[in-house]
Design a protein around this ligand. Structure first.
Ligand code: CP3
Length: 357
């Protein structure tokens, strides 16, 4: 590994260094959905498990698929193999994943349906996730970090209301605008559950956590404070009260210039940003205040070749390695050729080697 500055007080883990304001030995790199269907070895294990949920619930197999991308590629982090919707299941929603259709949940759209949920999350139902974390932790190299995660309350609520991976999520968005009392209670319950769930993951060995608010951009700006910033702020605060300081990456996808407010209001160590966020704005207005993760277009990774190398060059030359975690703007797509991931990593390392010479 190349050393950027001689006074580096590195922890030896580049991702933790960037999240805690230390100088990393190199630009950390991992990819959202780095484990998944684009890898043939994942498809094998998934077939053996029988279903996606069985895979999440069987720690030995979940550990195996978590580790698969790290065997192929030089990555700085593993992310525990699980799903944000396990919290909905732990609150009493029936959850199933149908092949090529995505999740199906018992919808929560009325006070009566809300009342059928559990008052508290059943932590036993996510016990396998904690076990997976303990297993993965033993397999990592010294410079690698284990990331735990949960969905942000709005995104999980949105799936619980829709009951499916709905196209424009109009039903959930209308509920957010009308704000019936049960919706406020559901958000509170998801905040409390997320704190418990993340605390369990940290106690099991997660070194950092990411909070995915994939549908934050569905909301009008007027509601960001109440339904995005405040819930995530409460989770970050609650988590640190439960387990002490642990680095948090927040991903409020699609909120435009409000990413900056999200960072300051929620007290996260880094913000993950989608590919539509301009690099120039990130460099000039954001990176001095908070570390940035992102934001290569997952379709550029699918395309590969010269376009991929140029896109990597633009990101690495815009964002300094000591405050940037290289990642995609959203998850790795199923049709991604695995060889392109190796090309991506080589391009990042080469770009940094060239610029820090
Ligand atoms: O490698 C990793 O990043 C860790 C695993 C991970 C999964 N889901 C595995 C998964 C993570 C971090 C998630 C987060 C997640 N899950 C999010 C937030 C990130 C995002 O994509 O916006 C969301 C919204 C979900 C909910 C979810 N899970 C949907 C909508 C779907 C169906 C769509 C799809 O890609 O199939 C899933 C299924 C899912 N989660 C798969 C994987 C690998 C595919 C399941 C399979 O093997 O069939």
């Amino acid at each position: 590994m190349k050393v950027f500055m001689s006074e580096a007080v590195s922890t030896g883990k580049p991702l933790i260094d960037v999240l805690t304001g230390k100088v990393p030995s190199r630009r950390p790199l991992w990819l959202m959905r780095q484990a998944g269907r684009y890898l043939p070895e994942y498809r094998n294990v998934r077939a053996k498990a029988g279903s996606f949920l069985k895979l999440c619930d069987t720690s030995k197999l979940a550990c195996e698929v978590t580790m698969q991308p790290l065997r192929r590629y030089d990555l700085d982090a593993a992310i525990v193999f699980a799903d944000i919707l396990l919290v909905a299941r732990a609150l009493g929603s029936d959850l199933a994943f149908k092949d090529n259709e995505g999740p199906i949940l018992s919808p929560v759209r009325s006070p009566a349906e809300f009342c059928r949920l559990k008052g508290r999350m059943d932590l036993g139902s996510v016990g396998a996730v904690f076990d997976t974390i303990s297993l993965v932790k033993q397999k990592l190299e010294d410079h690698q970090v284990l990331i735990g995660f949960c969905g942000a309350p709005w995104t999980v609520a949105s799936y619980m209301i829709e009951g499916i991976a709905a196209h424009e999520r109009v039903r959930a968005r209308k509920v957010a605008l009308q704000k019936p009392p049960w919706f406020t209670e559901l958000m509170d319950r998801l905040i409390e559950s997320s704190i418990e769930y993340l605390a369990g993951q940290v106690e099991a060995g997660a070194d950092a956590v990411q909070i995915f608010d994939s549908w934050a951009g569905d909301l009008p700006e007027l509601l960001f404070d109440e339904l995005v910033f405040e819930p995530v702020r409460r989770i970050v605060e609650g988590l640190s009260k439960r387990v002490g300081t642990v680095p948090v990456i927040g991903f409020a996808r699609g909120i435009g210039a409000a990413h900056l407010q999200f960072a300051t209001k929620c007290n996260v160590n880094a913000i993950s940003v989608e590919q539509s966020v301009p690099l120039e704005w990130l460099r000039n207005e954001v990176i001095a205040k908070v570390a940035i993760q992102g934001n290569l277009d997952p379709l550029v990774l699918v395309a590969g070749g010269d376009l991929l190398r140029r896109a990597v060059g633009r990101i690495t030359s815009s964002l300094p390695a000591h405050s940037h975690i290289f990642n995609l703007g959203h998850g790795v797509r199923q049709e991604t050729p695995p060889g392109h991931v190796a090309e991506l990593i080589a391009a990042v390392r080469q770009a940094d080697g060239a610029s820090i010479g």
